[in-house]
Design a protein around this ligand. Structure first.
Ligand code: OXD
Ligand code: MN
Length: 591
């Protein structure tokens, strides 16, 4: 059964072989195809995907190596209501996760997946999360009947032989099974079995539900393993700020889905910041462990970007536009008559005619959006002009600061710094954001999203906070912790802060704070920049008074905010670390 390209079948990890044989017998595919990740294989599989209509070639002059995929309209985002953490007890999963007894879930899924690949091919996708040779990297094997998943995994992970090389004869790999079934929301389950290091995903073909290395392994299973093994799996971008003198400061930042992580990680500094450079290590996930420098060291376990297309353009993210100009899979964007892609915000004026994401003719007069609000690009990080040279470093990069941030139109100032690690954990734990189209459900509702991990924490959130607090003992030089909000609005509904490249100004203050080069003023929330510490030079229509508005803090609003935080704290009460309750009391007293 093994693909001869992988060499002597006896040399293949026997645990992998046995498991694949067992799953193949269970799912009953006509064929089992072992992926080796080679260029030849990629070409052959792409041709198969095109012949099946799963991928459509885009204009190869404008977008070489790029393809288009249109999903089932019922399958366009993560589905939190169908996502389960199947730990032995419900308490281990905690009140913020859906839970099902692992035996019951296996029973249910066995019935759904039995014979489900009849007439289809089962692809064996070995993949490595993290740089080869890194002690932080992990291997997964995904079995899938979706060729779209195979081609996407080849972009998003280090896929193929490299994973078997890293694994050797160990049986320590994530077992992932993905069956599309009939893409029916009624039969959609994204089930995690942390104690078995296994994931079963059925009934969907949407990236966040089915690229099992990403949210499932790197975050939900990863966070569970991280607590057991003494590291952190976080929904964070990682970037490096290079100063004109060549000093680099690495920063990790947790923002919820569709809150600008990719743009921030690829930021182009404004002209005033001549000779400053931002380097991207990762745009979505960070695995962090205390490292040899006494700091937390972070790797990006991924190898590509699964980014939100709408709003992306040369001004908001010039590096992304270059990154997605070749070898990219576009999903649910709109098409121009010459097979170029378009989405809301790509250009100021929409083209006069398009085919929308559902395949219908579209004109600027149409009421519906041309691209789905959660339409995506899947692009290799190697294309990114700002890719950090350190991205393949086995030891990762030393982290000097962690930033938490949400999408809040009111109350939360542009930037403040936590007083210390415990206060920083409180700031992250009480983070909130308005919901977006990355998950199905209402958009724009404020919810608590602790550390941007609400949909991604693979165990009890209260225990997760304890793990964060305990990690302090392992880190000699802890990162400074900050909170930002790019999305605050005034009474007229206008954004108070221009965002995008101008976020460099906030970043500069953060870097200066980490290096002991900037003063701050104490306010009830933490430390904030004084007017002379925040570089406003060269900004159009933005002065100290506008900064003061973006930074303003109304104690009455904050008292209400603390009451809203209580909702989460009450939910987690039985596992909530007392340090966080104490931090809440301190904040109330300061207010
Ligand atoms: C993502 C998400 O796709 O967070 O990264 O939904
Ligand atoms: Mn994400």
């Amino acid at each position: 059964m093994p693909n001869p390209k992988l060499g002597d079948p006896n040399a293949i990890n026997s645990a992998v072989l046995h498991w694949v044989e067992e799953m193949s017998e269970h799912c009953g595919p006509d064929k089992t195809f072992w992926c080796d990740g080679s260029i030849e294989e990629h070409e052959a599989l792409t041709n198969v995907a095109v012949s099946q209509g799963v991928l459509v070639p885009l204009n190869q002059t404008k977008l070489p190596g790029c393809y288009y995929h249109r999903s089932n309209p019922n399958d366009v985002a993560r589905v939190e209501q169908c996502t389960y953490i199947c730990t032995q007890t419900e308490e281990e999963a905690g009140p913020t996760n859906n839970w099902m007894d692992p035996r019951e879930m296996h029973h249910k899924l066995d019935a759904l997946t039995k014979g489900s690949m009849r007439g289809r091919t089962m692809y064996v996708v070995p993949y490595l999360m993290g740089p080869p040779g890194s002690p932080l990297s992990k291997v997964g094997i995904e079995l899938t009947d979706s060729i779209y998943v195979v081609l996407s995994m080849r972009i998003m992970t280090r896929m193929g032989t490299v994973a078997f090389e890293h694994l050797g004869q160990s049986d320590d790999f994530n077992r992932g099974l993905h069956c599309m079934l009939d893409i029916n929301p009624e039969r959609r389950y994204i089930a995690h079995f942390p104690q078995e290091n296994a994931v079963i995903s059925v009934g969907s073909n949407y990236g966040g539900n089915v690229l099992l290395g990403k949210k499932c392994l790197a975050l939900r299973i990863g966070s569970f393993l991280g607590r057991r093994e003494g590291w952190l799996a976080e929904h964070m971008l990682i970037l490096g700020v290079e100063a004109p003198n060549g000093d680099k400061t690495f920063i990790a930042a947790a923002f919820p889905s569709q809150c600008g992580k990719t743009n921030f990680a690829m930021m182009t500094p404004p002209p005033h910041f001549k000779n400053w450079k931002i380097w991207t290590v990762g745009d979505d996930i960070a695995w962090m462990k205390p490292g040899p420098t006494g700091r937390l060291h972070a790797i990006n376990p991924e190898a590509g970007y699964f980014g939100v297309a709408p709003g992306t353009n040369g001004e908001t993210n010039a590096n992304a536009m270059v990154t997605i100009s070749c070898d990219t899979i576009y999903t649910n964007v709109a098409l121009t008559p010459d097979m170029d892609v378009w989405w809301e915000g790509k250009t100021k004026t929409p083209p006069p005619e398009l085919i929308d994401w559902k395949g219908n003719p579209w004109t600027p007069a149409s009421k519906e959006k041309a691209a789905h609000p959660n339409s995506r690009f899947t692009a290799p990080m190697a294309n990114n002009p700002s890719l950090a040279h350190e991205v393949n470093d086995a030891m990762g990069v030393p982290i000097s600061a962690i930033i938490f941030g949400g999408r809040r139109s009111t109350t939360i100032p542009l930037v403040y710094q936590a007083f210390n690690w415990i206060h920083g954990v409180y700031v992250g734990a009480t983070m909130s954001s308005e919901t977006t189209a990355a998950a199905t459900g209402a958009v724009g509702q404020v919810r608590r999203d602790p550390m941007a991990m609400l949909p991604f924490c693979g165990y009890n959130m209260g225990e997760y906070f304890k793990h964060w607090l305990n990690m302090r003992k392992e880190i000699q030089i802890p990162p400074r912790i900050f909170h930002v909000n790019w999305f605050r609005k005034n009474d007229r509904g206008e954004y108070l802060w221009p965002g995008f490249g101008e976020n460099m100004r906030v970043l500069k203050w953060i870097v200066d704070r980490c290096r002991g080069q900037a003063d701050a003023r104490e306010v009830p929330l933490g430390w904030v920049p004084g007017p002379r510490q925040f570089d406003l030079e060269g900004m159009k229509d933005f002065d100290a008074s506008r900064l003061a508005e973006a930074q303003s803090m109304n104690p009455e609003d904050w008292k209400r905010e603390v009451l809203l935080q209580d909702e989460l704290f009450m939910k987690l009460y039985s596992h909530l670390p007392k340090e966080l309750i104490f931090q809440r009391e301190l904040l109330v007293a300061r207010l």
